[in-house]
Design a protein around this ligand. Sequence first.
Ligand code: SD4
Length: 347
Amino acid sequence: MKPKHNNQNRRTFLRKSALAGALTLMGVGGWRPNQSRANQRSSNPLGLGARDFVPTVALSTWRFGLKANAEAWSVLSKGGKSLDAVEAGVRVVEADPQERSVGYGGRPDRDGHVTLDACIMDELGNAGSVAFLQHIMHPISVARAVMERTPHIMLCGSGALEFALREGFKKQNLLTAESEAEWRRWMKDARYTPVVNIENHDTIGMLVRDETGRLSGACTTSGMAWKLHGRVGDSPLIGAGLYVDGQVGAATATGHGEEVIRIAGSHLVVELMRQGRTAEEACREAVNRAQAMFVRRGRDLRDTQIGFLAMRADGQSGAFALRPGFSYARTLVGGQTELLDAPFLLN
Ligand code: SD4
């Protein structure tokens, strides 16, 4: 049952929780800043800002994460659950036609179809996912329905669409005039060949920790633009695009999905945190592994990007990317939100 809070209790919660979290992060949790980050800051002898000791409550990928976090915060600040907060947060981006890499208005595949991938997971290992879903504005809510109303974790393609329609979701055209025009321009000189480049895809992955310490995550995308019809990326795959273990932490991925799948990226990040790494260190090691595998396969890294976000069960959070340019939104206990640039491996 949902806990009730009056305003006084809420303020007390926020204060106590920030303090307790800071103490945990500084001591009991064993968290120490790594040197490279410490060197970048100068506000105290350790090079850390006060904010580094305040637990994170919401973390999400890219600039559009700012509006997702704002929505998640409006759920959390009323005492809401992390699962409701992640769903509400990413729905904002799914419904925004200006965001051309998620949901409505997402860039289509090479045949002109908008196909969506999404998954959601809570701290107990409950999970739901949809892949290669068409015509539904909010794939994340269909994924949640798969989690809560079926014995399965993942539905895809026409089966996922049938399920969504039976559950009362409306069938809609998700291809906006702008995305269609961009696709038609691409068709002119693309010779119908799917491309991977760092500009044509951005997923929203979101991790939230609520006031009772429950972690949840969500990940939703229209995937790589101009992909082959039927292509599924990492975003709907539990363990690749998203993973949550309520006792350890949560992680989500963005970027070139094939490279994230190869290393089971988000699961790897959570396992590295289980072994004692901070969130940023875990993300960095996952990026190292992906890069090593890329190089072993003789591939050129110039046109690709992957990035991870992670949050430990105590609220310590971090990010790391292969290349520059990966930004993410972080909201701390108390509701302050900022857009940060993830540290990266290669220029
Ligand atoms: C995919 N990982 O479909 C997604 C796309 C993405 O930032 O995240 N882009 O491969």
